[in-house]
Design a protein around this ligand. Structure first.
Ligand code: MN
Length: 235
């Protein structure tokens, strides 16, 4: 007997897949903080050293924060300092708990370019007050993402340019080889926190050069060998 809902259940958020009419259904969105040394420094933090036993820091966004590449989104409420963070996104086709790093890539369906939009002023205020900064990260439309390129087609990128421009002006320009925690290491660590599942997206952190986006501006991100993402901010 199927359950009867008191109102129609929400549609499953989803992401486009390159060269495929089918969609990738999104279950959850996990993100990793401070995964490039130069970005940690620009945020006033000493970069973590992978291998010192310190696990990476994770946070989440709601699944329905995903935004299709090419969309125009409203400037978010409650902020005067909306920031861009271009990131490699790993899209999981398989899950599990306590996944060893050596087996982690078997879980990855593909990769995309995503933007971790951030209400930086709210994040700073929360951090200074010693409070959680969920609302600086997990707001509506906070996860624009381009089409997912299947790993079966592009492999598992470990190097390549990751860049972002605002209205054509280059703001972020890094390389995937500068990730402090690699994708397999991230999946292994995250799967010790929660049991991962098909449909989970993992934003893997941003290189340096984060900064503000103003109403009316267009943001273009690209990752060599992976794909691109574009989003415009409404006036
Ligand atoms: Mn980020």
């Amino acid at each position: 007997m199927s359950a009867e809902f008191i109102f129609p259940p929400p549609l499953c958020p989803s992401v486009a897949i390159a060269q495929d009419a089918r969609r990738f259904p999104v279950r959850r969105i996990f993100c990793i903080a401070l995964n490039y040394a130069a970005h940690a420094r620009e945020m006033g933090k000493e970069p973590a050293t992978n291998g010192d036993g310190e696990p990476p820091v994770f946070f989440s966004k709601p699944a329905d924060a995903v935004v299709e590449s090419g969309a125009t989104i409203p400037y978010p409420t409650l902020t005067h300092d909306l920031h861009h963070e271009i990131e490699l996104v790993a899209a999981l086709g398989r899950g599990g708990a306590d996944i060893p790093a050596a087996a982690a890539l078997d879980c990855v369906f593909g990769y995309a370019a995503g933007i971790d939009l951030t209400r930086r002023d709210l994040q700073a205020a929360a951090r200074n007050a010693g409070r959680p900064w969920d609302m600086s990260k997990g707001f509506d439309h906070s996860a624009p993402i381009g089409a997912i390129s299947p790993a079966a087609v592009i492999g598992h990128p470990t190097r390549g340019r990751i860049s972002l421009s605002v209205n054509g002006g280059l703001r972020q320009d890094g390389d995937l080889s500068d990730l402090i925690w690699s994708v397999p290491e991230i999946i292994a660590a995250l799967s010790r926190n929660v049991a991962l599942a098909p449909g989970d997206l993992i934003f893997t952190g941003t290189p340096s050069g984060v900064g503000p986006i103003l109403p009316g501006e267009q943001v273009d991100g690209a990752i060599e060998g992976v794909g691109s993402v574009t989003v415009s901010i409404g006036k």
